[in-house]
Design a protein around this ligand. Structure first.
Ligand code: HEM
Length: 497
């Protein structure tokens, strides 16, 4: 009797569960149908069920970059790639980039940015919503023009060290990137933490090695779906190196912060010396941990180290490459500098006058944008080029292609700095976005431009630069920054002027 009641009850429960499951499945199917319908007008390369285009992406990073260029040529104004069930939508026309960058709502980074969180926490690059708004407002004064003037002295000092390190390569072909990377780390470390790292002189610094390793492992995770899951990643060799590097970084930055605090407490009655690092400003506003805790400060210091060093190094290296291929512009920059600055020291004010220097750097940023892919996660539908891009999509702005649109840049493959001279008509908004644009643009752009200008100018004054690889021999790879697979190979000759 009891058994039959239980059984009867059991079949009722089973039936109920079955109905629930079926309804859930129907809801999911309807949602998926709606999702696919919204994207019906966006073309994509032929895809397989479930895995989508993942099989076409099982290639080298160099081939991946070439495919993005090829697909843009085939599909016209917009296309997407299915990675499993996730659509990655590529934008590279002003018309499609505009709604995204203009919006103050679509500010969330793509899901892949979570790989940066063990290192950067939820600092300015990785945070969103209220936290991001609060931090952005708090940190904006860090790059005030007065402070950039203060940082300039340090930039010149580190560039002088770079120039002397480059001395040993004079007369032969060599890859300039590792040299410039160490210089950029020295510059950023001093600016962000007020700490002399000396990465250029002491080559086996554990912190520098850890930053280098963690940056390339995170980069690898961005494109390798097999190590997406944390539990699998932890077991891999890369996972172990990642965690070891993380310990070194956290210990080092933690030590710098506490030493700085002690020093400030010791100088209680004395006003801080004129030079202020980002760390000092963060400690000033932290109000003894009530506004910003030590962990908050550490995540922002790490964020600036991450966001600043590779980008600067890449931009300086590509500028030297472009000028090495087009030496006539080296002369234009130096002639203008002689004429306008003479033997005066470079300052933030007078470097503005060097229009050829700025135009040559901007033209490099057009052709070789440091951040070629800017990714956002869509949490609220947004209309782009006649399609309602649904929640759950990932969109990527390809600034490499955007900057080569012949409507705005005639003969786009040609390095022609004249396009950026002050007498030229203004470009349409969002046609040229080396530092991104809108509310989530690069917070350090003014500082970055100043560093690139100073470094390039001082190097050119010392050396005549030649670049080995012709433009059609470049093998682009979109890491977190745009690199050439063979590095940037230059030859330097001491300049006699
Ligand atoms: C030439 C050098 C640089 C270039 C080309 C560059 C480019 C960019 C780009 C394109 C973004 C937007 C990324 C995105 O939305 O996914 C960005 C964001 C950012 N950059 Fe830079 N950057 C450079 C140097 C620097 C430096 C030197 C610093 C700091 C010292 C810095 C700090 C940041 C930060 C904190 C963000 C995140 C801003 C936010 O989300 O509110 N950058 N940068």
């Amino acid at each position: 009797m009891i058994a039959s009641v239980l059984l009867a009850g059991g079949s009722w429960v089973t039936g109920f569960l079955f109905c629930c499951l079926l309804s859930l499945l129907l809801v999911l199917l309807m949602q998926r149908g709606k999702f696919l319908y919204a994207l019906r007008k966006v073309p994509y390369p032929s895809a397989l069920p479930i895995i989508g285009n993942a099989y076409q992406l099982n290639c080298t990073q160099e081939e991946f970059f070439q495919k993005l260029v090829k697909w843009a040529g085939e599909f016209g104004d917009i296309f997407l790639v299915w990675v499993g069930l996730r659509p990655f939508i590529f934008l590279y026309r002003v018309e499609s980039v505009q709604p995204l960058l203009h919006s103050s709502e679509h500010i969330d980074k793509s899901l892949e940015y979570q790989y940066l969180k063990p290192w950067l926490g939820t600092g300015l690059v990785t945070s969103t919503g209220q936290k991001w708004h609060f931090r952005r407002k708090l940190l904006t004064p860090t790059f005030h023009s007065n402070l950039i003037e203060v940082y300039l002295k340090n930039v010149k000092e580190e560039t002088d060290v770079l120039i002397s390190c480059l001395g040993k390569e004079v007369g032969c072909w060599f890859d300039v990137v590792p040299y410039v990377k160490r210089a950029a780390l020295d510059i950023i470390c001093d600016t962000a933490m007020g700490y002399k790292l000396n990465a250029q002189k002491k080559l086996n610094n554990k912190y520098v090695e850890a930053v280098d390793k963690i940056a390339s492992i995170v980069q690898m995770r961005f494109t390798n779906v097999w190590i997406a899951s944390d539990s699998i990643f932890k077991l891999t060799k890369a996972g172990k190196v990642h965690n070891h590097s993380l310990d070194i970084i956290h210990e080092f930055v933690g030590k710098v912060i506490s030493e700085r605090k002690l020093k400030r407490d010791g100088n209680f009655n004395e006003p801080m010396k004129k030079k202020k690092a980002l760390l000092d400003l963060l400690l000033d506003i932290s109000q003894d941990g009530t506004i910003l805790s030590d962990d908050d400060i550490r995540e922002e210091v790490n964020t600036f180290m991450y966001a600043g060093h590779d980008t600067l190094a890449t931009s300086i290296s590509w500028t030297l490459y472009a000028l090495g291929r087009n030496p006539q512009y080296q002369e234009k920059i130096l002639d203008e500098c002689d004429e306008l600055l003479g033997s005066a020291e470079v300052t933030v004010d007078n470097i503005h006058k060097l229009t050829w220097l700025e135009a040559c750097i901007k033209e490099q940023m057009r052709l070789f944008p440091v951040a070629p892919l800017i990714a956002r996660q869509i949490y609220k539908p947004i209309e782009i080029m006649g399609s309602e891009i649904p929640r759950g999509s990932t969109v990527l702005i390809n600034s490499y292609l955007l900057h080569r649109d012949p409507r705005h840049f005639p003969e786009p493959q040609v390095y022609r700095p004249e396009r950026f001279l002050p007498d030229k008509p203004r470009l349409p908004l969002y046609a040229f976005i080396p530092f991104s644009a809108g509310s989530r643009n690069c917070i350090g752009w003014k500082f970055a431009l100043m560093v690139v200008k100073v470094a390039v100018l001082l190097i050119l004054k010392t050396y005549r630069v030649e670049a080995l690889d012709k433009e059609d021999q470049l093998r682009f790879i979109s890491e977190l920054v745009l690199v050439n697979a063979n590095g940037i190979r230059l030859k330097l000759t001491p300049r006699k002027r």
